[in-house]
Design a protein around this ligand. Structure first.
Ligand code: NAD
Ligand code: LMR
Length: 328
């Protein structure tokens, strides 16, 4: 018997990430090859954006995806999020060369107040929300605080791109396949302060830390490469990452919905006080997922260097969250 379609809302649907994302959702890569989806696509009311969205929908039609059970274009979050089971909040301004993501807060922050309120009013009470728009952690925090009737745990921020970038750098360094890497974690903010931590990582059961055995590489090459990868892509492409960002969004939602089979992944989630991170801070943590719920990997020892890195990214996030009080 075929499954009942689920409603997937995507904002910024005519943007570059949207273009790399929608076709994969409609083909079943996010929620499974047996799960029909209805796409509820939001763009700004601007005529050009709505026209571009119509074009993307024409292409979706032309793919004749068997799992695409319906789609609508919207210009208002109150209709776009109606009964949504999943919401991918992508729509917002990307940074250009020389900018930091936090600088986008004054431009993008208000989007997430309005969208958080709309989710609160009309989305499914179980909606799973992923914020991709930058600065992702603080925008997710704004959306969560603007939706007091929804469980806070339903709001998440995307750190999966940092996780995937870290895995790819480790694969290149060790000469091992990326698929063999387990137990990697990225702590904190989706910003250059994030702390990609391979102290517990293994490849075929062997310790990655022992394999690499080079703290200078960790500090001087690995962390800056992963932390500044977004800027390096903007510099090279003239545009911010899109296909890899869409891929990370698919990975994040798929793992959350369908489970990780015990494998660790990184999600930005509201803290409940774990690892000394104050409650409600939207922080990257290692998690496992099962039955549609994520669970923080607890009990990891935090050494002095890791604590210093975690304190730094936490302080940055607290600064960002202090700066958006007026929006809440
Ligand atoms: P883009 O400019 O190509 O597309 C953004 C789209 O969002 C545009 O079509 C725009 O009209 C739309 N939009 C703007 N405000 C909106 C609103 N209020 N409601 C609905 N739609 C709205 O940008 P992009 O490259 O797709 O990037 C989108 C965002 O994702 C940026 O903020 C970027 O920095 C961020 N990003 C995050 C990560 C991550 O890892 N978290 C990775 C890559 C990009
Ligand atoms: C990325 O990490 O590629 C995105 O967050 C885009 C950016 O501004 O860096």
């Amino acid at each position: 018997m075929s499954k009942t379609p689920v409603r997937v809302a995507v904002t910024g649907a005519a943007g570059q990430i949207g273009y790399a994302l929608l076709f994969r959702i409609a083909s079943g890569e996010m929620l499974g090859k047996d799960q029909p989806v209805i796409l509820q696509l939001l763009e700004i009311p601007d005529e050009k954006a709505q026209k571009a969205l119509k074009g993307v929908m024409m292409e979706l039609d032309d793919c004749a995806f068997p799992l695409l059970a319906g789609m609508q274009a919207h210009a208002d979050p109150m209709t776009a999020f109606k009964d949504a089971d999943y919401a991918l909040l992508v729509g917002s301004r990307p940074r250009g060369p020389g900018m930091e993501r936090a600088e986008l807060l004054s431009i993008n922050g208000a989007i997430f107040t309005a969208q958080g309120k709309a989710l609160n009013a009309v989305a499914s009470r179980n909606v799973k929300v992923l914020v991709v728009g930058n600065p992702a952690n603080t925008n997710a925090y704004i959306a969560m605080k603007s939706a007091p009737d929804l469980p806070a745990k339903n709001f998440t921020a995307m750190l999966r791109l940092d996780h995937n970038r870290a895995a790819s750098q480790i694969a290149a360094k060790t000469g091992k396949p990326v698929s063999a890497i387990e137990k990697l974690a990225v702590w904190g903010n989706h910003s250059p302060t994030m702390y990609a931590d391979y102290r517990y990582a293994t490849i075929d059961g062997a310790s990655v830390k022992d394999m690499i055995n080079d703290q200078a590489w960790n500090k001087d090459v690995f962390l800056p490469t992963v932390g500044k990868r977004g800027a390096a892509i903007i510099e090279a492409r003239g545009l911010s990452s899109a296909a890899s960002a869409a891929n990370a969004a698919i990975d994040h939602m798929r793992d959350w919905a369908l489970g990780t089979n015990g494998k660790w992944v990184t999600m930005g989630i509201p803290s409940n006080g774990e690892y000394g991170i104050p409650k409600e801070i939207m922080f990257g943590f290692p998690v496992t997922c099962e039955n549609g719920e994520y669970k923080i990997v607890e009990g990891l020892e935090i050494d002095a260097f890791s604590q210093e890195c975690i304190n730094k990214t936490l302080a940055e996030l607290q600064g960002e969250q202090d700066g958006v009080k007026h929006l809440l």
